[in-house]
Design a protein around this ligand. Structure first.
Ligand SMILES: [Zn+2]
Length: 268
């Protein structure tokens, strides 16, 4: 089994949310719940305020650097449309896409449109024209999908998708590779709540169980979704969990690969 780690870009700046959605009040509520329930330390609480005033809600550079040191290929999904709490502009996205490209990252789209064929195709073409990329993949924001979504993505020309949550090997739908994934940071650390509800040891325990299950089911690839936003001392449990996970996979002789190289292996 190899591991494919990817990162969804949900936020870039705080200011993109001000007076546009309810993300900021939710952020405030969450950090107070987490402080009072003892899930975060006073230091993390102060750092959350500091991120807020610095207007910095992404940790892309820091994450790429960590990945590079650990031989993890960086694979990102970046949005070109807005929706459900995702509100950054194409200009903001492009600054980071250029940075990712200059650091040899794999880039796909963090999709908003999931059920209208015309809008799905339009989103695909917009990403292609903004990035000058062709042949890229997608993961839906909030992994939204209907019975038709994957079919529609395939006919819009996507090379791969990684929206499905299941313990299955990659499979092809009309020329598009679907890469089911098994681990998402929020599923582990929030565990059904809207805030951190487990500690690091509990997070490690449930992650080990998922990896064991993937191994038992003979999956070729373990899919992991980790949001760059949490690669920060403001989210210490999340940061420590990700660093532990990379180390744990290395110790278990699980190599890292990105989607494009996995497709090369699958098609060889
Ligand atoms: Zn998202």
């Amino acid at each position: 089994m190899k591991a494919i780690i990817s990162h969804d870009i949900d936020h870039i700046k705080v200011s993109e949310h001000l007076f546009r959605d309810v993300i900021v009040p939710k952020y405030m509520a969450r950090m107070h719940v987490e402080l009072v329930s003892g899930k975060i330390s006073p230091r993390e609480y102060i750092l959350r305020w500091s991120d807020f005033f610095k207007n910095k809600w992404q940790n892309i550079d820091e994450l790429i650097t960590f990945n590079n040191i650990n031989n993890v290929p960086s694979s990102f999904f970046v949005a070109v449309n807005k929706g459900i709490g995702l509100n950054y502009t194409n200009d903001s996205a492009l600054i980071w896409i250029e940075q990712m490209q200059s650091r040899n990252c794999e880039i796909g789209i963090h999709g908003i449109e999931f059920n209208d064929p015309v809008l799905i195709k339009r989103e695909h073409d917009l990403f292609a024209s903004l990035t000058k990329l062709n042949n890229f993949g997608i993961r839906m924001h909030y992994v939204r999908n209907t019975k038709e979504t994957f079919q529609l993505l395939a006919s819009s020309g996507y090379k791969y998708d990684s929206t499905e949550h299941s313990f299955k090997n990659p499979y092809k739908i009309d020329g598009m590779w679907e890469f089911p994934f098994q681990i998402m940071d929020g599923w582990i650390i929030e565990n059904g709540k809207s805030w951190q509800s487990v500690n690091l040891e509990q997070a490690k325990e449930s992650t080990r169980r998922i990896i064991d299950k993937a191994d038992k089911e003979n999956l070729k690839y373990l899919g992991v979704d980790f949001h760059d936003r949490y690669f920060s001392h403001s989210y210490k449990t999340w940061l420590n969990w990700y660093m532990w996970l990379v180390e744990y996979l290395k110790q278990n002789k699980i190599e890292f690969i990105n989607y494009n190289n996995a497709i090369r292996e699958l098609e060889a």
